[in-house]
Design a protein around this ligand. Structure first.
Ligand code: PLP
Length: 406
């Protein structure tokens, strides 16, 4: 299909609407992304013509739906370049995936006095499940700090990786600082000590290609709704040898082989981790989103976003009294900022009335805000359907906000 921004924008029905009689400028993609028509149609079509519970029927509809679900798994495998579909588990989202690993890995490998290593820039979803694990097991949570540019302190990493570290859980890209972390280096250092690494890709997959085999990560997680797919669905990738060793997270239908009152045996991978009726329409909708991205081309998307990102940085940089939080050179197109003397909510409310959707608050990264001693930021997060004209509108909106409030 190639990269044609007008064509791309027309693929997203929601972007065509006006709010307060102004064209919608949606810059809250870090929270959730909009859906192309093909995803909306796929999910509606499934409900209208094919709905049936998967894996449990030999009738026509069930077989059709099962086929599409398993083919969605293959689409995700290819997207991540995983070695096999056994390694792709459908979950409720990045949060569901991290909780699965924190529980299952924790049950098997973590005991009192062990250490779990995360970073200071994690989303709450990659903090709290590990804290809960530490509470259950008497383990200790350790934290890799970042500097004022929002870059991980890798020297500290060397000190923090110890014989007691059981797992490193790190975000691939930060949702509030925009930093793309040097994950390959972290993985290399952790693996040199035999420590597995989980990467939180919730903010990465929608911005660039991810190859789990090239990264050599042990687990990779992401959410469908942040990559133009339906809500309530997500992915946990895990190396097969690792997943084989882990106990299931939840019990229920489909994840079992034989169930007797005196004991139960579990299903093989990946079903061992998919208890109950899964969100099969979500998984198939996710595959439709990935196919759509593939038809545009991940490289073309990446190149466009790079230009959009440099343009945004340049334009925001020209605004007096605007301070950007997160200045790592390797970044996604997310911009957290504050306006001198202006409350974030006031600014966001004024921008909203101009049709510009941004987010304010801590972005579920309270420790990041604590690092800078601030309560929150305004965040504009862009993806490949955003335009330079929208960035210009944001800049004008910020200038007007300043005029009105100062
Ligand atoms: N990790 C990061 C870096 C995120 O930005 C988010 C959501 O904003 C999550 C995890 C959690 O994603 P979800 O709420 O879709 O499970």
């Amino acid at each position: 299909m190639g990269f044609n921004i007008n064509q791309i924008r027309s693929d997203f029905p929601i972007l065509q609407q006006q709010v307060y009689n102004k064209p919608l400028i949606y810059l809250d993609n870090g929270a959730t992304t909009q859906k192309p028509r093909v995803v909306i149609d796929t999910v509606r079509d499934l409900q209208e013509t094919q709905n049936s519970s998967i894996h449990r029927g030999i009738h026509y509809l069930s077989e059709q739906m099962t086929g599409r679900y398993e083919s969605a798994r293959e689409t995700v495998r290819a997207f991540l370049n995983a070695a096999s579909t056994q390694e792709i588990i459908f979950t409720s989202g990045a949060t569901g995936s991290i909780n699965t690993v924190a529980f299952s890995f924790g049950e098997k490998y973590v005991k009192s006095g062990d250490e779990i290593l995360i970073s200071e820039m994690e989303h709450h979803s990659n903090i709290v499940p590990w804290q809960m694990l530490c509470e259950r097991k008497g383990a200790i949570l350790k934290v890799i700090p970042f500097n004022d540019n929002g870059e991980l302190n890798l020297e500290k990493l060397d000190e923090l990786l110890t014989d007691k570290t059981r797992i490193v859980a790190l975000t691939h890209a930060s949702n509030s600082l925009a930093t793309i972390n040097p994950v390959k280096e972290v993985i290399r250092k952790a693996h040199a000590r035999g420590i597995p690494v989980l990467l939180d890709g919730a903010q990465m997959v929608q911005h660039g290609e991810v190859d789990v085999r090239e990264l050599d990560c042990d687990f990779y997680v992401f959410s469908s709704h942040k990559i133009f797919g339906p809500t309530g669905s997500g992915v946990l990738y895990g190396k097969e040898a690792m997943l084989e060793e882990l106990p299931p997270y939840q019990g229920g239908g489909d994840m079992v082989d034989q169930v007797r009152f005196d004991g139960t045996s579990y299903n093989s991978l990946p079903f061992k981790f998919e208890a109950g009726t899964t969100n099969y329409t979500g998984a198939i909708g996710l595959a439709a989103a990935l196919d759509y991205l593939q038809s545009i081309g991940f490289q073309a998307i990446g190149q466009y976003e790079k230009k959009l990102s440099s343009y945004t940085l340049e334009k925001l940089g020209e605004i007096q009294g605007l301070k950007i939080y997160g200045n790592a050179p390797d970044r996604i197109s997310v911009f957290s900022f504050l306006l001198d003397g202006i409350h974030t909510y006031d600014a966001a409310m004024i921008l909203d009335k101009m049709g510009i959707a941004v987010r304010t608050g801590t972005h579920c990264t309270q420790p990041v805000m604590d690092h800078f001693g601030i309560e929150g930021t305004i965040r504009a997060s862009l993806v490949f359907y955003n335009t330079m004209e929208e960035v210009d509108a944001l800049v004008i909106g910020i200038q007007r906000t300043k005029e009105m409030l100062s």
